[in-house]
Design a protein around this ligand. Sequence first.
Ligand code: FES
Length: 237
Amino acid sequence: MKKELLEVLSCRTLNGSVYELKLSGASEMRAGQFVELAVPGFFLRRPISVADWEDGVLTLIVKQVGEGTKQLRTVQPGEKIDALTCLGNGFDCSAKRPLLLGGGIGCAPLFRLAKDFAASGIRPVAVLGFRNAEEIYYAEEFSRYCDVTVATDDGSVGVKGNAVSAAADIPHDRFYACGPVVMLRAAAQACGSGQVSMEARMGCGFGACMGCSIRTSKGYARVCKEGPVFEAAEVIW
Ligand code: FES
């Protein structure tokens, strides 16, 4: 964990509730790690997964879910944000035929993973699931690094259904999933070997409060410290 003061480069809307924040000055981070951003006037920091990191520029994709993420959306270029960075473990990147499964805002941390696989000469398949056409973001960016299938719950774009059902016939040797827990559980049951990035309500964000614990086959584990990425077979669903 590092404490860093990051400078806002840009904040742009991706859809009604999702925005992309680019910040400079961040230490190198791996796919699957996350940051905790301080928002003035709010006691708890906001945990946000890393969508990308390149040459000190951190890209975060944020879903506006409450007052804190609403206020964060108003930052202007040049403003400084107090951040805890390099949190959590990250994905393992060990697959030869990777399948990336994203649901909603859970697609975000898979972007850097797609880039990492592409950099090692492997083009993954990504299935990106959204509720409807309006909620789709980053499909074009993903397509630079992987073969993309979009799934929507209402069938307005791509395959009708969620990311797991849309991936039923896609060959792979290992999957990497991030999204709602119901989707992660379905992936664990249907897709064989893989890793899941778990979500949890967080207090401290760095292992001190135990507030984010989940049950695994190895006992209780803190999502913020031992995770957020776990072997799917180890999570007790
Ligand atoms: S949020 Fe405090 S231990 Fe994870």
